[in-house]
Design a protein around this ligand. Structure first.
Ligand SMILES: [Fe+2]
Ligand SMILES: [Fe+2]
Length: 257
């Protein structure tokens, strides 16, 4: 359970709303994030069906769900989309997701797709309400074929979806990564297996190169801050992963530990 303000000013907050418990989400803890800007909100990767009540309870400390003006889905996985039909009932806002997932989402039992916005491959600028701007950044194949990140220029936080995600052991639940080298064992295997290729990483790094990033907020595990931000991005630059490591017969040239 979280509820940590990663950034706070009078007009703007970026909150790690909830971290689901294992068991709620099939043993993988996941983060849900909320930005509150002058009384309206944006919600990121709201989570699966099991976490929905807890996310809602934490959100109610800040605003009612009908003040959510944008929901952003980093990609199509069930730990992100599973609870969406309830969120659609509680809100009236658009839902942003890569255009390539629009025709798959109805399989989650979502009948009305009229509120979905298919984000183009190049990403898009998004004015949630006048004066509340977010930038949707493409992160294709990291790991999903249509993955998006969202950059908040006020807090300088990059919401990165599964990029940077950590699988922490049960007894560890740090909120932040301050020392990247001690965090590396918790991300290395996941990134080697789930991130698709070094080319995809390089394209993403070029895309975000001009952004001032104070924190990287992933969908699983602790939030990168301070020198850990640059250390993580530097590690990613040289990472061989996914198809880079693939060999015939279903083998890979490394162990994913
Ligand atoms: Fe995923
Ligand atoms: Fe995930």
């Amino acid at each position: 359970m979280r509820n940590i303000k990663l950034f706070e000013s009078e007009r703007h907050k970026f909150v790690l709303l909830n971290e689901s418990e294992p068991g709620e989400e099939d043993g993988i803890r996941s983060n849900q994030y909320l930005i509150i800007h002058e009384g309206v909100g944006a919600l990121f990767d709201p989570g699966g069906f099991g976490v929905m009540p807890r996310v809602l309870a934490e959100m109610l400390r800040y605003l009612p769900p009908d003040q959510i003006r944008g929901i952003f889905l980093s990609h199509q996985d069930p730990d992100i989309v599973g609870g969406l039909s309830t969120w659609l009932e509680l809100t009236k806002c658009p839902v942003y997701v890569s255009r390539i997932w629009l025709r798959f989402l109805p399989h989650y039992g979502l009948k009305d797709m009229s509120r979905f916005v298919g984000v183009p491959d190049r990403g898009m600028d998004c004015e949630v309400v006048p004066g509340f701007k977010l930038t949707i950044i493409p992160a294709h194949f990291l790991h999903s074929e249509g993955q998006i990140n969202v950059y908040d220029p006020v807090s300088k936080i990059l919401f990165s979806g599964d990029i940077g995600a950590a699988m922490l052991p049960m007894d560890k639940d740090d909120a932040y990564v301050d020392d990247f080298s001690s965090h590396l064992p918790f991300i290395a295997g996941f990134h080697r297996r789930y991130m698709c290729s070094n080319k995809a990483i390089r394209c993403w790094l070029d895309t975000i190169a001009d952004l001032e990033i104070d924190m990287i907020a992933p969908q699983h595990g602790p939030v990168y801050r301070g020198t850990a931000v640059r250390d993580f991005l530097d590690w990613m630059r040289d990472l061989q992963c996914g198809v880079d490591l693939m060999e015939s017969g279903g083998h890979f040239s490394t162990e994913f530990v």
